[in-house]
Design a protein. Structure first.
Length: 281
């Protein structure tokens, strides 16, 4: 099934132009997000598209390759500092302790990682030489992971359509941006271990788990709204930015996740980020 998923994804992105290959600007997110996106870029290059990846000089997995042009920009942290932030955050997720202790450690980890990612985005949009290159390159579309809205900020600046490649966004921003129904009485929230069939008390629990999302979203995404407003020279929110996406390619399916409403431009492509292994009989 995996080759079929990849084929459908490539066909969707191949529609960016009518005849010849298009010119695609890629603004990825580091880590596992990049690993599945990279395979898609390889397929797009084989289809004749010109792919330009914009990435920071310091990264975990985003490295140059023959299948795309890579443009880098400096950031104010070292490889060691970035590795420590990622390692510390992953370790905290498995440490034992009281709920408050784990909540505080999670908050600190999110705070440090968010500061690093925000700094990366700030140095990208403020790099005048790189932004001038992007303006002069006449891209057909932006391909980005919206868990961080930096790619969409550039899409707005360049006035070109955007294609999102994601699993999910914290706080359910993808539902708000697409005006997709997301009722807590039906759609289970992350970490609740609930199904799409809940009794009254389970629905109450589901709604309680939704409350911290409002604070988390404001903490993580509000700085991006400020950065985007300054760069685009008009007041925008992160939801405003995400609302402009043309296509949402969602790495989920209804086998591993419970059914939920979708909008017409939200397309399930689960399996594209799975390992290709030959199973024994």
């Amino acid at each position: 099934a995996h080759p079929g998923v990849t084929l459908r994804l490539v066909l969707l992105l191949s529609m960016l132009t009518l005849a010849t290959g298009g010119k695609l600007l890629v603004v990825p997110v580091d880590g596992s997000h990049w690993l599945s996106m990279r395979e898609v870029l390889d397929s797009l290059r084989q289809k004749g598209h010109e792919v330009v990846v914009v990435a920071p000089e310091v990264s975990l997995y985003i490295k140059p390759a023959k299948t795309f042009v890579m443009k880098t920009y400096p950031v104010p942290f070292t490889q060691e500092e970035m590795h420590h932030i990622f390692w510390r955050t992953s370790q905290d997720a498995f440490e034992e302790g009281s709920f408050l202790e784990r909540a505080f450690k999670t908050y600190e980890g999110v705070k440090n990682a968010s500061a690093m990612f925000l700094s990366t985005c700030t140095h990208l949009v403020n790099n005048k030489e790189l932004v001038r290159y992007l303006e002069e390159s006449k891209f057909d579309a932006v391909f980005t992971d919206p868990i961080l809205p930096c790619g969409q900020i550039l899409a707005e600046h360049l006035s070109i359509p955007s294609v999102f490649f994601l699993q999910q966004i914290p706080c359910g921003l993808e539902f708000e941006a697409t005006q997709c129904p997301n009722p807590p009485s039906y759609v289970p929230r992350v970490f609740t271990d609930l199904s799409d069939r809940m009794n009254f008390l389970q629905r109450v629990k589901n709604m309680i788990f939704e409350i911290p999302n409002y604070f988390l979203c404001d903490f993580v995404f509000q700085p991006y709204a400020k950065l985007a407003s300054e760069f685009l020279q008009r007041d925008v929110t992160v939801t405003d930015l995400l609302r402009q996406a043309s296509i949402w390619l969602v790495k989920l399916d209804f086998v591993l996740h419970y059914p939920r409403p979708l909008m017409p431009n939200m397309i399930m492509i689960s399996g594209v980020n799975c390992a290709y292994k030959k199973l024994t009989q």
